[in-house]
Ligand binder design. Structure first.
Ligand SMILES: NC(=O)c1ccc[n+]([C@@H]2O[C@H](COP(=O)([O-])OP(=O)(O)OC[C@H]3O[C@@H](n4cnc5c(N)ncnc54)[C@H](OP(=O)(O)O)[C@@H]3O)[C@@H](O)[C@H]2O)c1
Length: 371
């Protein structure tokens, strides 16, 4: 009898390739093309384009094209599994404010209990109180600095030692720091890369293995449109988000070997949270433009919808999607010029202030917000 797919070992133990190879090859063979929601979307776009094209050419009859396209796409749409709400306990890093707090309210509203992680105990308690009063869900809080080496493993051990089983992992906590590369304090750059990259990878591995063993789970990676932009004056942060984007895209594909485990990434554009204050990015063209910032609630809703629809990647708005694709397609010199302008200080050639060592600082104008 073929060993079952729970041969992926738990948590801190290292699963060997054997553990996976010894499984039923029919289950473990990676599936490079799956007719999932994303591919159905792609087919729908192609079929629609062909139908539109058929109106302008005499070679194909438009009636026939539309009929054929409908006959192919409609059954796929109707019979393909509908979106499902993530079930079970949700762990959110950076659940004490901004996008993470908004995600907490959305998950709690859908009946999920929460584990919220952050450094600021008071803020964590605020969100916990809001959730418990309004949604009557159970909330655990864990105070941890995830920019320190080894913090992902410590968090995993802390959670599992309490007997908690995480069904949904949200890798949301992230730091930014505006300014030129050579002027960045070395320790800020190290903490940024640890929090934005290493912790994300390790938490995905640790909790992801448990999900694979159980055959069920959801992971949400909070990336950024910065993951589509090489950005002079904000180089290191954007480079970390390129990392998250690539890591998450490949992870989504690898997870097709475990059909019950989903991985989605959200690409927020500039969003009105504490992030620009902490990153000293408030004075940049990107954040200084009036009306140019997303509402964190909308970002969180887009992320939640993407996760329940099992999307590989979602954007927080059409503007963000279009600007990211444009930056991808633009010649590199145009791309770099625009990105450098977007990340430059708004007031003439003034230099960006050096990023604060204490990235826990909070912006005045956002103090009244519920998070
Ligand atoms: N806002 C934007 O414009 C924007 C755009 C694109 C992507 N993003 C990404 O969205 C994610 C959420 O950011 P946000 O906009 O909601 O910013 P935020 O308001 O500053 O929230 C960041 C959250 O991360 C937590 N955090 C920061 N450093 C931490 C650390 N060392 N250890 C543990 N937790 C830490 C913070 O909690 P404590 O303060 O309690 O530690 C806070 O809950 C980040 O990954 C960010 O890169 C933001």
């Amino acid at each position: 009898m073929a060993p079952d797919r729970t041969s992926v070992q738990s948590g801190s133990e290292q699963p060997s390739h054997d553990a996976i190879d010894n499984g039923n090859p029919a289950v473990f063979k990676p599936k490079y093309f799956v007719l999932d929601d994303i591919n159905i979307d792609l087919l729908t776009v192609i079929a629609t384009l062909l139908s539109v094209l058929s109106f302008f050419t005499s070679y194909i009859s438009s009636t026939k094209t539309i009929a054929v396209a409908t006959a192919i796409i409609l059954p796929l749409r109707v019979f393909f599994p509908r979106p499902t709400d993530p079930e079970g306990l949700v762990l959110i890093t950076g659940g004490s404010g901004g996008i993470g707090a908004e995600l907490s309210y959305i998950f709690a509203n859908h009946g999920n209990d929460l584990v919220l992680v952050g450094r600021n105990e008071e803020q964590l308690e605020n969100v916990k109180r809001n959730v418990e009063q309004k949604y009557k869900q159970k909330v655990y809080t864990i105070t941890a600095d995830l920019s320190l080496p080894g913090s992902a493993q410590k968090l995993y051990d802390n959670v599992t030692s309490k007997g908690l089983e995480v069904s949904v992992l949200v890798n949301n906590a992230g730091l930014g720091a505006a300014g030129d590369t050579l002027e960045q304090p070395i320790d800020i750059a190290e903490r940024m890369t640890t929090l934005n990259c290493i912790t994300v990878v390790q938490l995905s591995q640790l909790f992801g293995r448990d999900m694979a063993r159980r055959g069920k789970g959801w992971m949400l990676q909070v990336s950024s449109v910065g993951g589509w932009m090489a950005s002079p004056h904000h180089n290191i942060y954007h480079a970390t988000k390129h990392f998250v984007r690539a890591f998450s895209e490949s992870l989504s594909l690898e997870l097709r070997a475990y059909p019950g485990v989903v991985n989605t990434q959200i690409m927020p554009g500039p969003t009105q949270t504490q992030w620009p204050t902490r990153a000293d990015a408030e004075e940049t063209v990107m954040f200084g433009m009036p009306g140019g910032q997303n509402d964190p609630k909308q970002v969180a809703l887009a992320a939640y919808e993407g996760l329940r629809k099992r999307k590989r990647m979602v954007f927080s708005s059409w503007d963000d999607a279009i600007s990211s694709v444009f930056m991808q397609l633009a010649p590199r010199s145009v791309h770099l010029t625009l990105a450098a302008m977007a990340n430059s200080p708004t007031r003439g050639l003034a230099r960006m202030p050096e990023p604060e060592k204490d990235q826990g600082k909070r912006g005045q104008k956002l103090e009244g917000r519920k998070d």
